[in-house]
Design a protein around this ligand. Structure first.
Ligand code: ASN
Ligand code: ZN
Length: 320
């Protein structure tokens, strides 16, 4: 896991990209509506250089390179969630191309958003066997959306919120693609990506943080679900992948109290809160407050939805 951590450290606090306007894709149709993604998938050919060799552009037929085609289809699902449910045109809201690299480095046990694009390792075949799973793809792309929505500093509570919001939209991408309602979904992030050497079902569980794996090599899934279990550490940028379990579980609870499709009302609330947030250092409590404001705007002050949201945050130890 030290190795995993080292690789992670390389990707902290992505710098905002400077995107030449020439790269902006024609994502509006003639009526001016959001219509389509502009995907550009590259093969890193197991080297470290990004973006690597362009293998599939928007509208191209499948390449036959499995990972490249999964990255292409996954990016399409994520684009579709944000465009059709939340009215957002790509990661920057202005139609930016969706650039991804598969086969990043050799035996690389991670995937990441680097401030400009997604990159996916193949895993070493032991700890991880792939990263091209829809909740992971949605997670990495959501980092791009968070960055373009004012950002959340990638350390301590704001960093754990950045991680959690990425998990939320990753999970919603998967649930929507499967047409699963709240109670049909497994609420796992990265299901099936762990290698044969690892005892576990996924990278994280939003329904039961702390239970995704329990393994000699990786240890026990360290995620808490309640503020009483908040982990103060200097590792992992202040536990950004650990304490994200708390807001993750609040979102899960909110969805489970309401039922139905999580990407609809709950997703809209989280998306609106992200759009409205203008505090890159937000704490869990400040974010919770922002979600309550969003729920109030969408459903009204004394609404059932707003009440269920407060109840969800309260259950994880955050009173708003
Ligand atoms: N896969 C990790 C993530 O997206 C990479 C990182 O630690 N930034 O959270
Ligand atoms: Zn992340």
């Amino acid at each position: 896991t030290e190795k995993l951590r080292d690789e992670r450290e390389e990707h902290v606090t992505p710098t905002p990209p400077i995107r030449p306007d020439a790269l902006a894709g024609p994502a509006l149709d003639e009526a001016g509506d959001i219509c389509c993604p502009d995907r550009r998938i590259h093969d890193g050919e197991y080297k470290a250089a990004l973006p690597g060799k362009l293998v599939r552009s928007e509208g191209d037929a499948p390449t036959g390179i499995e990972d490249a085609d999964l990255a292409y289809d996954g990016a399409g699902q994520v684009f579709s969630l944000f465009a059709e449910e939340y009215g957002r045109n790509s990661l920057d809201g202005a139609g930016m191309p969706l650039i991804a690299t598969v086969h990043h480095r050799r035996n690389y046990n991670n995937a990441f958003w680097d401030g400009n694009q997604m990159a996916y390792g193949t895993g070493d075949g032991k700890v991880f066997k792939t990263f091209l799973e829809l909740s992971v793809i949605g997670h990495e792309m959501a980092h791009g959306i968070i960055q373009h929505s004012g950002g959340l500093i990638y350390e301590n509570q704001s960093g754990a919120l950045n991680e959690s919001i990425a998990d939320v939209f990753g999970s919603l991408t998967l649930q929507r693609s499967l047409g699963q309602q709240v109670h049909e979904a497994d609420w796992l992030v990265g299901r099936g990506i762990l290698g044969p050497g690892i005892n576990g079902v996924a990278l994280r569980s939003m329904k039961a943080p702390g239970t995704a794996y329990s393994d000699d090599l990786l240890g026990q899934d360290p995620q808490p679900w309640h503020m009483d279990g908040f982990v103060s550490t200097t590792e992992d940028n202040g536990g950004v992948h650990i304490n994200s379990g708390i807001p993750n579980h609040a979102f899960y609870l909110f969805c489970s109290y309401l039922g139905g499709n999580s990407w609809e009302l709950p997703g809209r609330v989280w998306y609106r809160a992200l759009e409205r947030l203008n505090n890159p250092m937000a704490s869990f409590a400040e974010w919770a407050d922002q979600t309550l404001q969003a729920a109030t705007e969408i459903s009204g002050l004394g609404s059932h939805e707003a009440a269920m949201l407060r109840r969800a945050w309260k259950l994880v130890g955050i009173s708003i």
